[in-house]
Each structure stands twice: as structure tokens, then as C-alpha cells.
Design a protein around this ligand. Structure first.
Ligand SMILES: [Zn+2]
Length: 72
């Protein structure tokens, strides 16, 4: 609030299946992003599998915070 916007941040929700199909897109520039772009999982205490990851969009540098939800 009240701060100038520089590097953007975005929170996304996706599933591993969507990521694998290349359907995850940066909300700022709509470039599709994948784990090949440097996706980093954040270890979560008390969880065997991390469901949170970060990624900097290679095109617009927006910092994406990605939460993986259970797929169907
Ligand atoms: Zn982007």
C-alpha cells in the first residue's frame, strides 16, 4: 500500500499436472513458465512434500509465489 511498484509479485495456484503441461503462465506478461525456468521449492516444516515454490519470470522478472494444490 502506498509504495511504488517495481518488481512485481504474484501469487499463483496450480497443480503439478498443469505445470507439467506448460499451462502455468506469468500473470504479468503471460509467458508460460516451467520448472526449467528455475522453479525452487520451499521446504515446509512438518510436510513430506513441499507445496510452495518460487520462480522469477524470465521475461518480466515478476516474482511468482506458486502454491501447488492437489490435482484431480
Ligand atoms: Zn512475466
Amino acid at each position: 500500500m502506498g509504495r511504488k511498484k517495481r518488481v512485481g509479485f504474484a501469487d499463483l495456484q496450480t497443480t503439478h499436472a498443469e505445470l507439467g503441461r506448460g499451462e502455468l503462465r506469468c500473470p504479468q506478461c503471460t509467458r508460460s513458465v516451467s520448472d526449467a525456468d528455475g522453479l525452487k521449492f520451499i521446504p515446509a516444516l512438518g510436510q513430506s512434500e513441499s507445496s510452495l515454490a518460487t520462480l522469477n519470470c524470465p521475461r518480466c522478472r515478476t516474482m511468482l509465489s506458486i502454491r501447488f494444490i492437489a490435482g484431480t
